[in-house]
Design a protein around this ligand. Sequence first.
Ligand SMILES: NC(=O)c1ccc[n+]([C@@H]2O[C@H](COP(=O)([O-])OP(=O)(O)OC[C@H]3O[C@@H](n4cnc5c(N)ncnc54)[C@H](OP(=O)(O)O)[C@@H]3O)[C@@H](O)[C@H]2O)c1
Length: 247
Amino acid sequence: MKLTGKIALVTGGSRGIGFAIAKILSENGALVVITSKDSEKIKKAEAQITNSFGITCDIKKKSEVQNVLNKTIEKFGKLDILVNNAGIFPKIKQLHEIDEEEWNEVLDVNLTGQFRFTKEAIPHLQKTSGCIINISSDAGLKAYQGFNADAYSASKAALIVLTKCWALEYAKDKIRVNCICPGVVDTDMTKPFLKNQKDIEFMNNEHPLGRIGQPEEIGKAALYFTSDDASWVTGAILTVDGGESIK
Ligand SMILES: NC(=O)c1ccc[n+]([C@@H]2O[C@H](COP(=O)([O-])OP(=O)(O)OC[C@H]3O[C@@H](n4cnc5c(N)ncnc54)[C@H](OP(=O)(O)O)[C@@H]3O)[C@@H](O)[C@H]2O)c1
């Protein structure tokens, strides 16, 4: 039990990677607040994670983000851990085919959304010398042939540099800020690209370890960053990607 007494907030905790992170944090003693925009999915996740508390929130709405922080503090009195995980993946298109609305939508959720949560969480994390984990992506580290999701790549690359900026900015408050870059992980987000055996084989082969990842494998990395095992780790960018990004 590495997180006994800790209060964690996981955005996008209703399913996929966020769900796996929330689950492992709770299994290690944390009380976990999970958010997502779909109240039914939140309820389902809440029922499966011990000591979890769901709050519906569209990350695009400042007032709803503020409501999550207010409710968390009202109920638990403090915040120790923020996991910026919620995200969307756009339709695959080359840059000249994207319209500005599609571009802005991805940046609004994947980048400004993380800004909104972090801004509201910082005053509380300053009081607990807490920590932040940003869930970026291998797509934020380099270009991939045929990937063609530029707004997504831009949002994830920005999150990598922001991890370093925030780590430096808030080191004086002993807030640690770290980042995980997953490769392809088996979730609803990647289902459209894993429809048949040929797709699955292609995706598996993209990863030198020969397979795509499971959400729990990202959860284990998150547990490391949130625990005292990482007490001297800040500004770190950890790939958890079966080797995809080293090719
Ligand atoms: N899966 C991968 O291969 C992979 C690889 C690298 C990085 N990542 C990153 O990992 C994170 C989680 O991805 P995932 O694969 O677990 O995705 P997912 O299964 O599609 O889950 C996305 C989560 O984000 C929430 N979300 C989306 N838009 C939101 C909004 N406007 N307001 C509030 N919550 C919102 C969803 O809530 P609802 O349930 O309410 O829709 C859901 O909980 C993302 O940041 C993604 O970019 C994923």
